[in-house]
Write a protein that binds this ligand. Structure first.
Ligand SMILES: Cc1cc2nc3c(=O)[nH]c(=O)nc-3n(C[C@H](O)[C@H](O)[C@H](O)COP(=O)(O)OP(=O)(O)OC[C@H]3O[C@@H](n4cnc5c(N)ncnc54)[C@H](O)[C@@H]3O)c2cc1C
Length: 403
């Protein structure tokens, strides 16, 4: 039993990639369903308490005037700037990012979805199983508070971050062993910081390393990063719990409270600081990487690889949150970018399944560059456009000019 629904395109997961995929498919005239297990759109881009959208711009010496990719990523960047004009492209180290307010992002996503009458957004709805016949997905079962929905989709786009739909469909995937997998993250929003001290981003890891040496905290605490927010008395602590430690938000929060007491003893700025909010949960930087028809590598990225079916440009460095070394960056040459080929989105062996966002077909190292939000949004959009092309033509586009 269950409610039966037919659609052209089913998108699973409404993070930044899923929203872009669903909106692009609906704008192309497809009857589109977007299923999201949480009660809000935006995925990590909303629940993660992040401050910057990365992967939107070319990293050259000149301040970029436009996003590297056009389409939905540019539209979202422009709308974010309209809503909060103070949020302008900013250089951090060697890269350009766009500061954003998550409520702005959420309102833009909601308005983009509402504008599409062919798009049905199903929140609190989890994809629980996938039925296949031959090399095709013929049904996906969704669950919303105990009510079953049986979807018959033309094309499925897996934007679940972790390749959950591909996994349920029996697709091949890569998953790094825990010892090599990137560290997950948990963000703490602080208020009540006393005196603004621009050296805190250096002092915080220094004092925390000392505390780790003194065995006051587990070793991963030395990778904790501090950054100031726009308001002078606010900041963020980015904690990166080791894989061998608890993922429970409650446990990480308790540790953060202890850490804050320790920092208040060492640094006057922290004396009045308190925790004003946290990310919803401990968030994975790396999960399943679904095997596609091509797997993008570190070499492709660093040499600025271009492809006949290149669909998304990216200039973001390989940024790995290593369990032993902390953050390690490998940069492209200034002014250089690489392309992600469409084959990284085409799931091997399943003709009507695409993936987009964090779970595309890349190596562990390449994921360090492709996983950022600007790139994930463009990947989602291209998957939505390709799915629409498939429904109209019975095949995927050959190259970028086809889309
Ligand atoms: C700690 C941390 C800090 C980061 N900092 C930055 C940063 O500063 N800037 C930046 O650009 N990027 C940053 N990133 C990376 C970036 O946020 C993510 O990689 C990106 O948002 C992934 O987008 P996505 O759409 O692929 O996946 P997600 O945002 O993970 O969205 C996937 C969605 O799918 C849903 N879902 C999963 N399974 C199912 C199912 N079975 N049924 C229905 N729904 C399902 C989930 O609930 C989720 O909403 C950070 C990541 C982490 C972990």
């Amino acid at each position: 039993m269950g409610i039966k629904i037919k659609c052209d395109v089913l998108v699973i997961g409404a993070g930044v990639s899923g929203i872009a995929a669903a909106v692009a498919a609906a704008r192309s005239g497809m009857r589109t369903a977007l299923a999201e297990k949480d009660s809000f759109p935006g995925g990590i881009g909303y629940s993660g308490l992040l401050q910057h959208i990365c992967g939107l711009y070319l990293n050259s010496r000149a301040v970029p005037e436009e996003t590297l990719n056009d389409g939905i990523a540019r539209e979202v960047a422009n709308r974010l700037h309209q809503l909060s004009p103070r949020n302008k492209v900013k250089k951090i180290g060697q890269v350009y990012v766009l500061p954003y307010a998550r409520d702005d992002l959420s309102s833009i996503f909601n308005s983009m979805c509402r504008a599409e009458d062919k798009l049905s957004v199903m929140l609190d709805t989890t994809a629980v199983s996938v039925k296949k016949k031959g090399d095709k997905i013929i049904g996906v079962r969704l669950d919303r508070s105990g009510t079953a929905y049986k979807i018959t989709p033309g094309v499925v786009i897996d934007c679940s971050g972790d390749g959950n739909a591909a996994f349920m469909a029996g697709a091949d995937y890569q998953l790094s062993p825990l010892s090599e997998r990137q560290l997950p993250g948990f963000i703490i929003h602080l208020k009540g910081l006393n005196t603004r001290d621009e050296t805190l981003p250096v002092k915080v890891p220094y004092y925390l390393s000392k505390a780790v040496e003194a065995k006051l905290f587990p070793s991963y605490i030395r990778f904790t990063a501090f950054s100031y927010a726009e308001a002078p008395d606010e900041g963020f602590l980015k904690i990166n719990p080791g894989h061998e430690h608890s993922r429970s938000s409650r446990v990480v929060l308790k540790r953060a409270e202890k850490m804050l007491r320790y920092l208040a003893e060492k640094l006057p700025s922290f004396r009045g600081a308190y925790i004003a909010g946290t990310s919803l949960r401990v968030m994975d930087r790396e999960g399943r990487r679904v095997c596609g028809e091509y797997t993008l590598t570190e070499d492709d990225i660093l040499k600025g690889g271009k492809f006949d079916d290149g669909i998304v440009k990216n200039s973001w460095p390989i940024e790995l949150w290593d369990t032993k070394k902390g953050t390690v960056y490998k940069y492209l040459k200034p002014g250089e970018y690489y392309e992600v080929p469409f084959r990284c989105l085409k799931v091997k062996g399943i003709s009507n399944l695409l993936c987009a966002g964090r779970c595309i077909s890349v190596t562990h190292e390449a994921l360090g560059s492709t996983r950022v939000m600007g790139t994930c949004m463009s990947l989602g959009e291209q998957a939505g456009l390709a799915a629409a092309y498939y429904i109209k033509n019975g095949r995927y586009p050959e190259g970028i000019q086809d889309i």
